[in-house]
Design a protein around this ligand. Sequence first.
Ligand code: PLP
Ligand SMILES: N[C@@H](CCOP(=O)(O)O)C(=O)O
Length: 471
Amino acid sequence: MEYVSTRGQAPVLDFEGVTLAGLASDGGLYVPRAWPSFTADEIAAMRGLPYAELAARVMAPFVGESLSPDRLLELTREAYGRFAHQAVTPLFQLDQQNWLLELFHGPTLAFKDVALQLLGLLFEEFLGRRKDTGADGALTIVGATSGDTGSAAIDAIAGREGVEIFMLHPLGRVSDVQRRQMTTVLAPNVHNIAIDGSFDDAQATVKRMFGDPEMTGRFRLSAVNSINWARLMAQVVYYFAAALQLGGPDRKVAFSVPTGNFGDVFAGYVAARMGLPIERLIVATNVNDILHRALSAGDYSAGTVTPTAAPSMDIQVSSNFERLLFDLGGRDGMAMAEQMRGFETSKSMRLTNAQQQGAASLFTSARVEPSEMTATMRWAHEECGETIDPHTAIGLHAAMASDLSADVPVVTLATAHPAKFRDSVERATGQRPPLPARVGDLFTREERYAELPGTYEAVRDYIAEHATPSA
Ligand SMILES: Cc1ncc(COP(=O)(O)O)c(C=O)c1O
Ligand SMILES: N[C@@H](CCOP(=O)(O)O)C(=O)O
């Protein structure tokens, strides 16, 4: 499988190459040159497979020659063996039409674990291989988080040889559980940085660093955010898992996805491109609603980020939207580069007709207000006996407000465990969700992190001082 950049100028790479590279060198994002697809019979034959086997089957075409099928299966078995639920991503039925896909049974209680547990193993595999051949094996990961990617990536990377991680989070804008899941990991290869700014500022810093020759010349940078293709690839699998349980491929299923950086819902788009019959993808946002404006009116213009009770979705510049626009706009890298240059200058762009119409054939969107989010948490608790987190509530509200026909099952992605957002959940339901035992003594452990201004220079200098130069 070959991967090309959405901006057309970066070298074409294989799966191992894109996994280690993260962001493309022209500032674009890597996507497969063409979408692999399965026939309905091939999809039907996946019914009943254990999750790790399904994952290996769905991801095999993306991995190509970079791993043998047996090795890929060993890695998926290892990654998903660490989950607290045997089904890995179980479904929970709420009512006749609505289901929750519980994606929070991994070590750090959010959907990020599904991809990052595997990505940690892939880094180890590919770096080990390079070391065996005498090539430089050291990797400096630089990431941005609004709370969940950070903890999942740190859990996956802490203590691993030849890899170090610098994780930027917005100071004071993540929950106490999210922060402590990152800052109490004291492994020497883990560096937490709280910046005075928003997630968007952190993400912009990370992207700029990949284009800074001084940094790329000294350090071998890589990414754990969903700019890394391997992240998205692993997230495609649970769309297959859910649809197969609800009658797919013979029956269409809709998904409602609490959305910020557009990674999770883009994985649903990829599943559809691979042949999985999907009735609709609902993009659910909080008041940081750039994606809702883009999908409903073609207006992709970023305002200031408003802090909310669903902090992981407090994002205005959604990285992966570029992947969708590239695919829907005829895969023209030069045109995409120009469109993104315009956006980077003015923080605003219009979708082309092709992009808007292409998106409308599969996506709808909704902006969910704080009162609707709270009411949905309360409804799920009182009527269905299910405690849900604020992000999931945003997805569920959008699902229940949609105009889908009653015979279409709607799966809302339950992206985080309610215990990660205990204060908001308690305010909505009157019950404080206990922390699962697997996160351990989070509130008695020592915390360590640096606090920096939100400028590129401050972060660059800190990383330049603390990172290990590549040989
Ligand atoms: C709990 C939670 N829900 C939803 C999202 C939004 O997902 P995405 O950024 O892939 O759109 C995030 C952050 O990524 C998250 O952490
Ligand atoms: N909500 C995310 C933001 C980063 O998203 P990613 O999927 O691109 O890593 C977070 O929790 O950090």
